[in-house]
Design a protein around this ligand. Structure first.
Ligand code: SPV
Ligand code: MN
Length: 624
């Protein structure tokens, strides 16, 4: 007769750690941990509570295991992933679906039982001779209508440590909820190591099972594949949210500070590497979160929380001028993990775009490095990986917003969608209303690819809500959930589209990195009906005088009418091509597209054609 979960745990877990587990009165948890122990066969099991001593143990063990290495600044450590394990593995990340279910062509799926069997086969015995760390966390603030609990087991102390910087501790909350606790389950093993990094990359798998509320991750260390509470649980959350009437979005949450001490909270969805973190870290504003938000209708108002409490941010390009707060934090004694940067012999870290010269030598994700070093394919290896990251807790930032842990979240005053679009979208515009914004901005979002995933850079991808990588339900339903959210609010917040990557006809960027500060202030005013706007076929665009004033008073910069005209000229053909492209995708590749999406896109196309007839293919703002 098979052993019960409790019997397995009694055999495999020392009394001290069993006691910690038993303090949580939850049979599903015992079954999960017992199953993980049987499957992974660790030498021992360490149940980590929320206590500072336990967190210290994890931190120190990451160093003892050689998964992290110390740096001279107190609290700083670094970690490398395999050169083949530097980003999210889209190819081998699959949503497991019950037999007969089909999410549509935008998803990488696998039949649930088959996928589970495959990944469990790979994970079988993976923790032999190692410690299995059992971790408890809360997604969203603790004791809030937003809270979702999660338990991750891992054999990587780097992963366990990283989670502590990114998520709110949940052991006490599991204890408190006891039998009532429903939770996400994450099973991770880095697999066999060679020189401290995952060796069997061909056996890297990230399988997400929304039905079983479980994630399996094997033979990888890169955070995006292993921090189960991040993008992996996000897929579980989108599934759950869809059946419960809330949203889980790839969004920052920030306060934009308006006149007379007014704070207006915005959420913002941007594809990876398209300015999401830098927007949320804008000087003068305050940050609630930089990556994932849960949104709920609470008493008719849209409210949002940061699912996390830390940042796993891209370090490339961080410099003292553009990112003064981050710069300061990254150089102060804070608990920070640098991953896939260059570490010099003098033990300083360097990344692409950091102030100062490129060091003549160091160690990076490729091993010993010097300028000119080439990879196996003969391509030059950058000093740091473009997707190199830092992990820190938001509470070490001076611009952290005091509402970070508010159990009720923050009231959303505006929603922003950002694309990486060199040819069409103006730098900032406001949708006519929620449905127009969801249809023509959010659901129509496209982005040129970046280094955040293991794919070719510079290709235009359809990426609705910047969330296509993480949606785990049919796309039509996901779009409908977004439309419904706004419809059910007493008053839906305004929706904006931004684009920091517009180029002129000669290929030059039309905006500076710092211009986004101005767009934020303009959106904040618009959210309160305080700035004017010009009605165009694609939404409201700013008036020159408002932008000129904001540039001048905020940044002491002259903003010329010519720059404005070039930036805000409506390039009708590009918009039309885009809308027609998007419409086709929804007609041919997405099932159950809400009909109003076609209505709204159809109207936009009609408006654009009429405008073109009247004014030609490039329409300067003063023509409207
Ligand atoms: C992103 O790529 O969108 C990230 C980092 O935020 S990852 O955890 O890899 O998803
Ligand atoms: Mn992200």
């Amino acid at each position: 007769m098979p052993l019960s979960a409790v019997e397995i745990l009694k055999q495999r877990v020392t009394p001290a750690h069993l006691e910690r587990l038993s303090a949580i009165d939850n049979a599903e948890l015992f079954a999960f941990v017992a199953d993980a122990v049987e499957l992974l066969d660790p030498e021992s099991v360490y149940v980590v509570t929320d206590s500072p001593e336990d967190l210290k143990t994890v931190r120190e063990q990451a160093l003892a295991d050689g998964e992290e290495f110390p740096l001279p600044i107190a609290g700083h450590t670094y970690h490398f992933d395999s050169i083949l394990d530097q980003a999210r593995d889209k190819e081998n990340t699959r949503i497991l679906v019950p037999e007969g279910e089909d999410l549509g062509p935008h998803f990488n799926t696998m039949e649930r039982l088959k996928g589970t069997a495959e990944v469990r086969g790979i994970l079988s015995g993976a923790m032999k001779g190692r410690v299995m760390w059992v971790r408890f966390f809360c997604l969203g603030p603790v004791r809030s209508p937003f809270t979702v609990l999660a338990c991750q087991v891992t054999d990587s102390t780097y992963v366990a440590h990283n989670l502590d910087l990114l998520y709110r501790q949940g052991y006490e909350e599991f204890k408190r909820q006891g039998q009532k606790a429903r939770f996400f389950k994450v099973v991770h093993s880095q697999g066999e190591l060679e020189n401290g990094v995952s060796k069997n990359i061909p056996l890297r798998r990230v399988y997400v099972d929304p039905v079983g509320r479980t994630v399996y991750s094997s033979n990888t260390q890169y955070g995006g594949n292993t921090l189960g509470l991040k993008k992996l649980s996000m897929r579980l959350a989108i599934h759950q949210a869809s059946s419960e009437g809330w949203l889980c979005e790839h969004m920052f949450v920030m306060a934009v500070h308006g006149p007379a001490g007014r704070k207006t909270y915005f959420t913002g969805a941007f594809p990876s590497l398209c300015g999401k973190t830098s927007t949320s870290m804008m000087r003068g504003e305050t940050i609630v979160g930089d990556d994932i938000a849960y949104l709920r209708n609470l008493d008719g108002k849209l409210r949002a929380v940061n699912v996390e409490k830390g940042m796993f941010g891209i370090i490339m390009g961080v410099n003292s001028k553009d990112d003064p707060i981050l710069w300061k934090t990254l150089h102060a004694p804070n608990e920070i993990i640098f991953s896939n940067v260059l570490v010099t012999p003098g033990k300083t870290v360097y990344w692409i775009g950091k102030d100062g010269p490129v060091p003549p030598s160091g160690i990076n994700h490729s091993g010993e490095w010097a300028p000119g070093k080439k990879d196996a394919k003969g391509r030059e290896i950058d000093p740091s990986h473009k997707n190199g990251r830092f992990t820190l807790s938001l509470n070490c930032l001076e611009n952290v917003d005091p509402e970070l842990d508010n159990p009720e979240g923050v009231a959303v005053g505006g929603v922003i969608y950002g694309a990486r679009d060199s040819s069409a979208w103006v730098p900032v515009r406001q949708a006519f209303d929620w449905v127009h914004g969801i249809a023509t901005i959010a659901a129509s979002l496209e982005s040129e690819t970046t280094a955040a995933t293991l794919s070719k850079e510079g290709v235009v991808n359809f990426d609705p809500m910047s969330n296509l990588d993480f949606v785990s339900i049919p796309l039509g339903r996901y779009i409908r959930n977004n439309l419904d959210m706004g419809r059910n609010l007493r008053q839906a917040p305004p929706v904006f589209g931004v684009n920091y990557f517009l180029r002129g006809e000669d290929g030059r960027w039309l905006n500076e990195k710092t211009d986004k500060a101005v767009w934020l202030k303009w959106m904040e005013r618009r959210a309160h009906g305080e700035a004017g706007a010009i009605r165009t076929p694609v939404g409201f665009i700013p008036e020159y005088t408002d932008l000129e004033e904001i540039f001048r008073t905020l940044q002491g910069k002259a903003y010329s009418p010519e720059a404005y005209t070039e930036q805000f000229t409506i390039r009708v053909d590009q918009y039309l091509a885009k809308m027609e492209r998007i419409e086709k995708i929804y007609r041919t590749e997405v099932r159950d597209t809400p009909p109003e999406l076609f209505d709204v896109i159809g109207e936009e196309i009609r408006r654009l054609r009429e405008a073109k007839e009247k004014h030609g293919p490039r329409i300067a703002p003063d023509r409207f």
